[in-house]
Ligand binder design. Structure first.
Ligand code: PGA
Ligand code: ZN
Length: 417
């Protein structure tokens, strides 16, 4: 079977927010792969640049003029060589010249084309025969912060994590049940609730953080009783969005409170004691490794996860490891650009007992590749929404993978819990 690249075909499509994005087809002598890039709204400052100047149109031109001729004739099986070539063509350290999303779409489409050339599914091709472990779905239920408008919780995400489920299908069913229960509860709780949802399919309601904690905790408890396994929940504070550098404080606008770093730590420890969240993402702003370490030490049995602080960047993760900041890392391939870069960061995480959590972006497409990456790279958690097409695309692909694996499939272990 030959996986020699014959051509790249790139086009402009739209993501779930209706923003322009890039889709790339990689055609090999024997196979075909297609991938499209997502986009974040609460981005980390150290993410790569998504597009060259001129946006998606400029990226398409770079592919036609520069990248396709360079990649033609290379073997798609050698992902590292393809990704290194993308770095070389770009020539900067943040994909400013060709765009990180351009690199992302080519890199993923290439991996898919290589798998397809060998008659394999992507997770088999990348993960081999022993890639049989399914991740737990961490699903957004209530949106706030930068993911909502008007009066909504200050914390960006309240997420369900059904970590007692014995199969992925059951876990996905539990998340759907929790999401529904929360919708029903919000109808009763808030007279202004009109059933609105965010980009990620999570409910948006005029409720406080405290209300959101109470609502999700109750829904998880009820769902857990009905499903007969443990359903927990977590939050993404997305604290960089709350942090005001000038004041050196976290601004909780809806709540009308400002918290300095010590108060933020105290607040999160109080929450941990009161509601027992299993998962806390970005509790402090993206440069505060020290406070991340402090919370990781004090909040026992909690997944403390870094997203904006690490931006899937191996160097930043290594710095975090030295400081003992967090015990988990969000992996968003388009924060760093290529599959090879992301795989390196995942390897560093695993070697140092950090849980890698593969994640969607708030603006996403129906591209389901991260489902395969979760299984191939043994990520115990996948962060994606529960409803909305781009989210369900990933969930349903994992259901297919589980079905395909049959009795070889098993659920992952989440170290910290
Ligand atoms: P995004 O962020 O809007 O940048 O995708 C989601 C998140 O903070 O996890
Ligand atoms: Zn985040």
């Amino acid at each position: 079977m030959s996986s020699i690249i014959e051509d790249l075909i790139a086009r402009k499509i739209f993501n779930s927010r209706g923003e322009e994005t890039i889709e790339v087809d990689v055609i090999t002598t024997n196979g075909f792969g297609r991938a499209s890039a997502p986009a974040g709204k609460s981005r980390g400052k150290t993410e790569v640049v998504y597009y060259p100047q001129g946006g998606v149109d400029a990226a398409l031109k770079k592919i036609d003029d520069l990248i396709a001729p360079e990649l033609a004739g290379l073997n798609a099986d050698f992902q590292e060589e393809i990704d290194n070539t993308l770095h070389e063509i770009d020539g900067t350290n943040n994909f400013k010249a060709i765009g990180g999303n351009t690199a992302f779409a080519i890199s993923l489409a290439n991996a898919e084309a290589a798998a397809n050339s060998h008659g394999l599914l992507l997770f088999q091709f990348l993960g081999g025969n022993t890639a049989t472990t399914l991740p737990y779905p961490l699903g957004n239920c209530i949106s706030g912060g930068q993911h909502a408008h008007g009066k909504a919780p200050d914390i960006q995400e309240f997420l369900a994590l059904p970590h007692g489920a014995e199969t992925f299908l059951e876990a996905a069913a539990a998340n759907a049940l929790i999401h529904k229960k929360i919708g029903d509860a919000l109808k009763k709780k808030s007279t202004t609730f009109s059933g609105g949802k965010s980009d990620e399919g999570a409910w948006i309601a005029n409720i406080s953080d405290t209300d959101a904690f109470e609502t999700i905790a109750k829904a998880c408890e009820e769902a857990g009783n009905e499903m007969d396994f443990e359903c927990t929940f977590g939050i993404d504070v997305a604290a960089s969005s709350l942090w005001k550098e000038k004041e050196q404080k976290y601004i909780y606008e809806r709540e009308g409170k400002k918290r300095d770093t010590a108060q933020q730590l105290e607040y999160l420890l109080d929450i941990t004691e009161k509601y027992h969240p299993a998962y806390i993402e970005d509790p402090f702003h993206e440069e505060d490794y020290e406070s991340f370490a402090e919370l990781t030490k004090k909040a026992k049995n909690t997944v403390i996860c870094g997203d904006d602080i690490f931006t899937t960047n191996n160097e930043r993760l290594n710095h975090g490891i030295k400081q003992k900041a967090a015990n988990a890392i969000i992996i968003k391939v388009n924060q760093i650009g290529t599959l090879t870069d992301a795989a390196e960061t995942i390897e560093t995480a695993q070697k140092n007992s950090y849980t890698p959590i593969i994640s969607h972006r708030s603006g996403d497409t129906c591209d389901w590749h991260i489902a395969h990456l979760a299984v191939a790279y043994r990520c115990p958690i996948i962060k994606t929404g529960i409803v909305e097409g781009a989210r369900v695309a990933k969930i349903n692909e994992l259901i297919r993978i589980e079905h395909f694996l049959g009795n070889r499939a098993e659920m992952a272990q989440i170290k910290t819990l």
